[in-house]
Write a protein that binds this ligand. Structure first.
Ligand code: ZN
Length: 221
């Protein structure tokens, strides 16, 4: 994807997250790989007011690539660190979505109460330990929690992150995270949810690899 298309795609994805209720005002942020650079959403610009000129192009080390750009999201290190750690990840979506953020206040993983957890590349939805927003500590903790195969995690007392091969996949996964956290919360309200074991999640993960249409089979990371 060239830079111009990436700018448009980033704005479209930011608006979809707003429309779906996953982000609001200027909460959350997105990043997409453009060649060996990283394009991230600007700081403090609501999706509804964002134009394709607003996203900020950074080098792989996080240095602004153009003069006179907007200020990048305060959490740009999150994107740079994940793209550095995961060469096959091309899009990062960070949300402050209600269900995921509520689950993240508990500071622990959400167990496999639904087989959809297999989409997250682990047998649970993990939770990265808390660190101040925008800090390199937080970026490293999230990248470490995702590990080599994780596609999503909570961020303690903060929100959630989802990654994918493109913005469409990462955005869809962010929706899955939100739905999954809501299912867990509602299950806990009416009883003690049964947790699926790791072998079942591994079986479902294998099935997901060939779910849907063949052109969707390339996986999300
Ligand atoms: Zn955040």
């Amino acid at each position: 994807m060239n830079e111009r298309d990436a700018r448009r795609a980033l704005v479209d994805a930011a608006r979809r997250l707003d429309d779906a209720g996953l982000n609001h005002n200027s909460s959350g942020n997105l990043g997409v790989r453009v060649g060996d650079h990283v394009l991230v959403t600007p700081s403090g610009v609501p999706a509804v007011a964002m134009s394709p000129d607003d996203p900020v192009l950074l080098t792989a080390d996080g240095v602004p690539a153009h003069p006179s750009q907007r200020v990048p999201t305060s959490e740009w290190q999150l994107h740079v660190e994940i793209f550095r750690a995961r060469p096959h990840v091309h899009a990062v979506v960070h949300t402050h979505s209600p269900e995921a953020s509520a689950a993240a206040t508990l500071g622990r993983a959400v167990p496999a109460v639904h087989y959809v957890v297999a989409r997250f590349g682990a047998a649970e939805l993990p939770c990265a330990p808390y660190a101040t927003y925008g800090s390199i500590e937080l970026a490293r903790r999230v990248a470490s929690t995702l590990g080599e195969h994780g596609t999503a995690c909570l961020m303690a007392n903060h929100g959630a992150i989802a990654v994918g091969r493109d913005l469409t996949a990462a955005t869809a996964l962010a929706l899955d995270v939100e739905w999954f956290c809501g299912v867990h919360r509602r299950g806990r309200q009416v009883g003690e949810p049964v947790v699926l074991d790791e072998s079942e999640i591994a079986r479902v993960a294998e099935m997901f690899r060939t779910y849907g249409q063949p052109d969707q089979w390339s996986g999300s990371s």
